[in-house]
Design a protein. Sequence first.
Length: 71
Amino acid sequence: MFKSLNQNEMLKVNGGVKYIPVYSLTYYIVHKGGKIISTYYGPKTYLRLECVASSDPRTEIVKRYTKDLYV
């Protein structure tokens, strides 16, 4: 019914692949006495390279996390 394609054939059909960096970005919320006193972003940290289609318009992927700090 359908022929399975090997990796070279898949790359030709899909237009190829490219690798883009993946970063981690943490958003900190500082609480004191039940009130938010400050918010800030930490540094953007490199995690790995991700394989995506060559037609993907993104130049990077950013994974966002939120962390609560109680002082």
